[in-house]
Design a protein around this ligand. Structure first.
Ligand code: SF4
Length: 323
């Protein structure tokens, strides 16, 4: 099956880039990392985000929780003291009222990542179960553009210029589909010189241009950690959460090294947008499919979700043991 069967070539390409990065990061030599997609800040969303980690610290982070922390939880967990302390003595003063911090202390305790109690004067005190590790090494942004022609390069240039100037990521790349043709030097001229260019050909990636290492602002440390936590929470297979694996036509098909969603009814790699509640071709899984060894409370759709979740955990174990 070729890209002509893609309803959304950028989506299918993005999943292949994510899978490549998961298996083969970094282009200059192996570095332990995990991958997420469609993440960023309020002003800028990146297609693919690679978070390079210290494997031992990453193992400690996974031991703390297999789910990511939102920014409120992160504030509480990261500053959790070793011994019982009033939360206001442990956490740096936020730029919003203190009373909004208390629910996050309760949530963190509910998830078992801190312990809490009522101390003197009925104050909420808490302490860590284990320390929050220093697990993030570098954050890398990849913009995916399967058809990187001159006009696409020009359109991308401003965004990439912003990424380079903003310096929230340590490195920025553009990934494009290999065409077999030499990349025109004029095309490279349209992109900031600091941005690397990758060319994906089935499962292999070539570096067409090496990026510069950017220097993130130390004041962005918390913002970067919030981003890394969201990446950890989402991963790149979470696309399935907004699609319809419970439709009888939903399949996962091998594409190079990646498993990508395919619609048997439309005989195509469907877009994320069309494979939704509004799809007129949706048909629920027949109840009989919900037996025959599939999870008791769900049919193949539930099984596919579980398969993707298990793959994510397997890859994270591999990252952990890379140390
Ligand atoms: S028929 Fe619609 S809902 Fe079902 S798999 Fe195809 S695109 Fe998704």
């Amino acid at each position: 099956m070729t890209d002509t069967a893609d309803r959304d070539p950028e989506f299918a390409f993005e999943l292949r880039v994510c899978r490549w990065a998961e298996r083969a990061w970094h282009p200059d030599g192996p570095r332990p990392a995990f991958v997420a997609r469609q993440l960023g800040t309020r002003d800028r969303r990146w297609d693919t985000v690679v978070v390079e980690v210290d494997p031992e610290a990453f193992a400690a982070r996974r031991a703390l929780s297999t789910e990511g922390f939102d920014s409120d939880l992160l504030r509480v967990v990261r500053h959790a003291p070793a011994d019982w302390q009033w939360y206001r003595d442990a956490i740096p003063e936020p730029d919003f009222p203190w009373r909004h911090v208390v629910p996050a202390v309760h949530r963190a305790a509910g998830r078992g990542v801190v312990e809490k109690r009522r101390g003197s004067r009925n104050r909420v005190e808490y302490r860590q179960t284990t320390p929050y590790p220093d697990w993030v090494e570098r954050i890398v942004a990849i913009e995916n553009k399967p058809d990187l022609d001159a006009s696409a390069a020009r359109a991308l240039a401003d965004q990439l210029e912003h990424d380079v100037e903003r310096g929230l990521a340590d490195e920025v790349w553009v990934a494009t589909e290999a065409t077999g043709d030499r990349v025109e030097p004029a095309l490279l001229e349209d992109l900031p010189v600091e941005v690397g260019i990758l060319s994906l050909d089935d499962g292999t990636m070539d570096v067409l241009w090496h990026p510069s290492t950017l220097t993130p602002d130390p004041d962005d440390a918390r913002r970067r950690l919030v981003l890394a936590e969201r990446a950890y929470d989402r991963g790149w297979r979470s696309y399935v959460d907004t699609m319809r694996p419970d439709c009888r036509h939903f399949e996962l098909a091998r594409r190079g090294m990646a498993l990508v969603p395919r619609c048997a009814a439309k005989d195509c790699f469907q877009s994320q947008r069309e494979c939704a509640h509004s799809c007129s071709a949706f048909e629920p899984e027949p109840p009989a499919w919900r037996m025959n060894g599939w999870p008791i409370e769900g049919g193949p759709g539930k099984g596919l979700r579980e398969l993707l979740r298990a793959r994510r955990e397997r890859e994270r174990e591999r990252t952990e043991s890379a140390g």
